[in-house]
Design a protein around this ligand. Sequence first.
Ligand code: BG6
Length: 473
Amino acid sequence: MNQIENMTGQTKKYIFPTDFWWGTAASATQMEGAADEAGKGPNIWDYWYEQEPNRFFDGVSANVASNFYHRYEEDIALMKELGHNSFRLSISWSRLFPTGEGKINPLAVDFYNRVIDELIQADIEPFVNLYHFDMPLSLQQKGGWENREVVMHYVDYAKTCFELFGDRVSKWFTHNEPIVPVEGGYLYDFHYPNVVDFKRAVQVAYHSILSSALAIQAYKEADQAGKIGIILNLTPSYPRSQNEADVQAAHLADILFNRSFLDPSVLGTFPQELIDLLEEQNALPVMEETDRQTIAAHTVDLLGINYYQPRRIKVKEHLPNPAAPFMPEHLFDYYEMPGRKMNRHRGWEIYEKGVYDILTNLRKNYGNIECFISENGMGVEGEEQYRDADGSIQDDYRIDFIAEHLKWVHLALEEGSNVKGYHLWTFMDNWSWSNAYKNRYGFVGVDLASQTRTVKKSGHWFKQLIEDDGFIK
Ligand code: BG6
């Protein structure tokens, strides 16, 4: 391994356990393409694009995406070449059940069987996620996550997946970032159905949590040997100062955006302050009597942590318009820390220690639950400018980004964190919702017109890291 010297001329070896999970994460809608082929039904992304193509960067839909549906063999071979021992994908609900319920699509069963088998043959463990933002259209037309009936259809879908693939898949996830469809679809207008309504957002959040607990229950009842978890974007909330008012504002943001999902998923309970806050806003969700027991009894075995950037908070400085409907931001203001380190290609702050703070919090306050970094990564707009004469993207900034985060993961491990792996978002550049192909994240670059894959410098670096069980920096 090459010795990389740091500024002070000192180097340190960061060695990880030999069985650490190294790989990448992706999702069905973002990579598969074949959006209206082979019996797949439409989901909300297909529909929304049809209605409002202008909402999508450069007017690009998910129709072709990275064409994984047709090129999965080649892509899995490349994952193997880059040293992956694990890969997270999601199943497209509307590919398996074109209307979200009822009749199954045999071509989808065949496709996911082939993908899972191909991964296993390549010694890459499939981590399978059931829901990554892609509600089948016909269920959205019945109210989506607002409707309890949809929760029951989701549980049937989950059971079917366990039956079909559970003999070979032993890491399951009920949702990826379930707060994002709440934020995007029901608060901030960046996902379909573009509703802005706090009370409805809470109902959607509540049903997502309930659906996760019910899927966990179904998995346990199926008596399969694996583990089941959830993937959460845990964004630490840092107060501007230690002034009591700033600290309290950051605490409220933490309760709303992190603990709302983390506590029920891992501890089986909701923070009392969250319940009080919802009551004050007359926004408590509609529940059934046994729900609390269901949630308490079916917590996760394993937690995926997505971490990109911190949330910086200060006390609310200007009172909201009394006529404006309640929004979480009525309780705090966002704060831009002077001198913060930025990923200027995406407009996001880079704060590597955040990943350590999350792991430490889990170790101290959440029973040191078994976990892994399920997404971390650096989106870059206009990445073409870094392509060299040989055609490969020279993404030293991404290598640096990953290494600086891994240093903190390593420290957390040394201190006893139960962190088991690291997955980059993502394997190859993919379609990212309304940002389409704006920000590139992959170890592998994808030329959209020709669909050519080219490994970036970071991909080669990651391969070496896996071979060496770590790196020197
Ligand atoms: C993650 C999501 O939060 O962010 C992914 O799980 C998404 O689905 C990724 O693609 C990057 O988002 P963006 O907006 O920078 O392209």
